[in-house]
Write a protein that binds this ligand. Structure first.
Ligand code: SF4
Ligand code: SF4
Length: 300
C-alpha cells in the first residue's frame, strides 16, 4: 500500500474509492438525454477469503464454483497466498429513485430507465470493478474482479440450474450486505432494486459482522409467512411460493423484453426487475408493518 494509503484505514480508503466513482465520476451514467446517474450512493462490505461460507457455496452450487483463493490463484499463479490474507470487497449499487418510480408503474415490460440501468448501468459496474482493481494495484495490492476474469464461465448447477463460477450476490451476502428473497434477489438495507459487484484482493481488512444468521433473514415470506408481493409482480409467473423459476425468467428477459427494448427504446438491451419494484423490500429491509400498511391501502 502507498505511503498516503498507509496512514488511512484500508476499509475507508476502498469504500471512498467506490463511493467517489459512483457519486462523483461522470462514468456513472444511464446514457440518456438528461445524462442521469445510473446508480445511487453504494453500500460497501468486506468478507475474509477463508470465510467458511465460500466453501459452503461451493458445496451447494457445484465444484466449479470458486472460493476467493481459487480465483486469486488462477489469476496470480506465481503468488503464494493464504486464504485468510485475502479480502472480498463487495458493493451494492442501488437503483435511483427515478428508475424505481418508473418501474413501479410497469406491469409487463421494463421502464426505459430500468432497461438502461441493466445495460449501461452494468457497464458502469464493470468499469467500477476495473477501477477498484486498478486502484489497489497502483498501491501494490494484487486484486482481481472475478466477473471480469477470462476464466469466468456460466455453468449449470445440479441443485440450482443456471449458475456460474462466481456470484456477486453470494459475495454480497457473505460480506454482510443482505439476504436472499423469495424471488432470488438480494434484500439489502437499501432494498432489492440494485446490482452488485466484487473484487478479491490480497489485503487484510476486518470483515463485516453479518447482522443475520440465515440466508433468508430479511424476506417476510420466509420469516413471517406473509408478503409474497413479488409473486403477482412477475408477468410470466416465474415466482411462486416454491421460489423463482430461473428458466422462465431468463427466457422472458432474453427473448421478449429484448424485442421490446429495441422496438420501444431504440437500443440493444433487455431487463425486467418488476419483482424488484413496487414490493415492500424494494428500497429497504421490509417489516411486517410494511405489509400491513400495504394491505390496508389495498382494502381501504
Ligand atoms: S416481496 Fe416480500 S416475499 Fe418477495 S422477496 Fe420481498 S419480502 Fe420476500
Ligand atoms: S425479473 Fe421479471 S421475469 Fe424475472 S422473476 Fe422478476 S418479474 Fe419475473
Amino acid at each position: 500500500m502507498g505511503i498516503a494509503k498507509k496512514t488511512m484505514d484500508a476499509a475507508q480508503w476502498i469504500e471512498a474509492a467506490i463511493r467517489d466513482f459512483i457519486n462523483i465520476s461522470p462514468e456513472n451514467t444511464l446514457k440518456n438525454r438528461e445524462n442521469e446517474k445510473a446508480w445511487a450512493d453504494p453500500l460497501v462490505g468486506f468478507s475474509r477469503g477463508d470465510d467458511p461460507l465460500y466453501l459452503e457455496f461451493k458445496e451447494a452450487i457445484g465444484g466449479f464454483y470458486w472460493t476467493p483463493l481459487e480465483i486469486f490463484n488462477l489469476t496470480f499463479p506465481e503468488v503464494a497466498v493464504e486464504p485468510h490474507k485475502l479480502t472480498v470487497i463487495s458493493w451494492v449499487l442501488p437503483q435511483t429513485e427515478l428508475t424505481k418510480a418508473d418501474n413501479r408503474k410497469e406491469t409487463t415490460y421494463p421502464a426505459e430507465r430500468w432497461a438502461r440501468a441493466r445495460i449501461f448501468g452494468e457497464e458502469v459496474n464493470e468499469r467500477l470493478r476495473a477501477h477498484v482493481v486498478a486502484t489497489l494495484q497502483e498501491s501494490g495490492v494484487k486484486a482481481v474482479a472475478p466477473m471480469l476474469s477470462p476464466h469466468w464461465k456460466r455453468r449449470t448447477s445440479a441443485r440450482y440450474g443456471y449458475a456460474s463460477t462466481w456470484s456477486e450476490r453470494h459475495a454480497a451476502y457473505a460480506s454482510g450486505l443482505g439476504t436472499f428473497g423469495l424471488c432470488d434477489g438480494l434484500i439489502t438495507p437499501k432494498g432489492k432494486a440494485m446490482r452488485c459487484g466484487s473484487v478479491v484482493a490480497h489485503i487484510e481488512i476486518p470483515p463485516a459482522q453479518r447482522p443475520y444468521q440465515d440466508h433468508r433473514a430479511y424476506c417476510l415470506f420466509f420469516t413471517e409467512g406473509i408478503c409474497g408481493k413479488c409473486i403477482p409482480r412477475c408477468p410470466v409467473g416465474a415466482i411462486t411460493e416454491m421460489g423463482h423459476d430461473k428458466v422462465k425468467c431468463g427466457e422472458y428477459i432474453r427473448k421478449t423484453t429484448k424485442q421490446y427494448v429495441k422496438s420501444h427504446y431504440g437500443f440493444d438491451g433487455y431487463g425486467c426487475g418488476l419483482c424488484q419494484t413496487e414490493v415492500p423490500c424494494e428500497s429497504k429491509i421490509p417489516t411486517t408493518h410494511d405489509v400491513e400498511v400495504d394491505k390496508s391501502l389495498w382494502t381501504g
